[in-house]
Design a protein around this ligand. Structure first.
Ligand code: ADP
Ligand code: MG
Length: 257
């Protein structure tokens, strides 16, 4: 049975999608069976996995509205070695349509219950908001991975996310926990980043992943080739860090079982 993780942070541009596709590719290289669920109508995780969102006939939208199963709606990223439940602009409408429906926050959870046997890991790329879509992600997951840049305001945003996760844990999903905070786009030469990193460790202890993802231009270039950085340039520092992170995640779930 798959372990299911949301990659979430209500801020935009913090590295959620980069973390999702590169962790997925890293895990695939370690022989894990992985499904990426793109819950962002921008479809960046879909495109970044080499799947053209404009050509998809079925997406996560159909799964949320229960007109397709995950097995029917998924696509395969051959080069990256994992499956993708894709998204495109159509998903933006789901937000409104779901409000009318029963069990609106548990639609993805229901679909994943069926698909989980086919995978070791499900990674859900969340949009930059605490919306109905993100709620569907958080209700489905065993845990949350929070990518964050070590900047001053990062800590402030974290408090809101931690409170939301606590509420969902109490009311909707008793499994949900923060698995860890992942320091991304890290530049050790910047004193402030080092200081924020130290504060994070002092405050959150072992909830901070050991692996640190450096700022690395190859990770930023990879999406325009429809590839995760791990596949695009395996020898780059960024790719190597994500493979290390995949190893760290495999170890973490052993302690979760
Ligand atoms: P989000 O999904 O949270 O909005 P993205 O993963 O799309 O964030 O990242 C935002 C931007 O930063 C993208 O252009 C991405 O290529 C770039 N980026 C992400 N991580 C790194 C990194 N470690 N080094 C360099 N650029 C990065
Ligand atoms: Mg994104």
């Amino acid at each position: 049975m798959a372990k299911i993780f949301c990659i979430a942070n209500q801020k935009g541009g913090v590295g959620k999608t980069t973390t999702t596709v590169n962790l997925a590719a890293g895990l695939a290289q370690l022989g894990q069976r992985v499904l990426v669920v793109d819950l962002d109508p921008q479809g960046n995780a879909t495109m970044g996995s080499g799947i053209d969102k404009r050509k998809l006939e079925t997406t996560v939208y159909d799964v949320l509205l229960e007109s397709a199963s995950i097995a029917e709606a998924k696509a395969r990223s051959e080069k990256a070695g994992y499956d993708v439940l894709g998204a495109n602009r159509e998903l933006a409408g789901a937000e409104v349509e779901l409000v009318e429906l029963e069990r609106r926050e548990a639609r993805l959870k229901g679909a994943l219950a069926e698909a989980a046997k086919d995978y070791d890991f499900v990674l859900i790329d969340c949009p930059p908001s605490l919306s109905m879509l993100t709620l569907n992600g958080l209700c489905s997951a065993h845990g949350v991975i929070v990518p964050m840049q070590c900047e001053y305001f990062a800590l402030e945003g974290l408090t809101d996310l931690v409170n939301t996760i606590k509420q969902i844990h109490a009311n909707l999903n008793h499994d949900l926990q923060i698995i860890g905070l992942l320091r991304v786009m890290f530049d050790p030469r910047i004193t402030l980043q080092q200081q924020v990193s130290d504060q994070l460790k002092a405050h959150f202890n072992d909830k901070v992943f050991d692996t640190v993802i450096p700022r690395n231009v190859r990770l930023a270039e990879a999406p325009s080739y429809g590839l995760p950085g791990v596949v695009f340039d395996p020898s780059s520092k960024g790719a190597q860090a994500f493979v290390d992170f995949a190893r760290e995640m495999v170890k973490r779930i052993e302690t979760m079982r």
